[in-house]
Write a protein that binds this ligand. Structure first.
Ligand code: FES
Ligand code: FES
Length: 157
């Protein structure tokens, strides 16, 4: 079947099997491997992408749910040769160790800030509670999201 959607701002048509997950369509058919497979059960957040601007767990969504819609992955957040403010804040605050959770954590944070541009620390922790960082980098992640929220334009996603 054909999946026609926008991926990181570009029109894409993928010839995919009917029961494919959105994560597999993104990684194996569109070739974007920034989005990670962690648990495959919607529990860890490693596979988070934006679907029409809202954070979704792509490992538990059928690819067909993106039909005619806009998907943004971590590869699509930078613009004009500049990192997204959330990406930059993660770098500035060393908000990762192994980096496996980072793409999902960043897309989740972008969605969080688009809905709540000035979250408190408690709101950041609550907003990212479905994202697991096995390295336990949570304090620096929260710090980075807080720093990004203080920058004009952080919600861009
Ligand atoms: Fe999708 Fe863990 S891989 S939530
Ligand atoms: Fe290693 Fe989060 S930085 S899992």
């Amino acid at each position: 079947m054909e999946l026609k959607f926008r991926l990181n701002g570009a029109e894409r048509r993928l010839d995919i099997p009917p029961k494919l997950t959105l994560l597999d369509a993104i990684r194996d058919y569109a070739g974007l491997t920034g989005t990670k497979y962690g648990c495959g059960e919607g529990q860890c957040g490693a596979c988070t992408v934006l679907l029409d601007g809202r954070a979704v767990k792509s490992c538990i969504l059928p690819a067909t749910s993106a039909q005619g819609r806009e998907v943004t992955t971590v590869e699509g957040l930078a613009a004009g040769g500049r990192l997204h403010p959330v990406q930059q804040a993660f770098l500035d605050h060393s908000a990762f160790q192994c980096g496996f959770c980072t793409p999902g954590m960043i897309t989740g944070a972008v969605a969080l800030l688009s809905q709540n541009p000035s979250p408190s620390e408690t709101e950041i922790r609550a907003g990212l509670q479905s994202h697991v960082c096995r390295c336990g980098t949570y304090p620096r992640i929260v710090e980075a999201v807080r720093a990004a929220s203080l920058l004009k334009g952080a919600p861009r996603g």
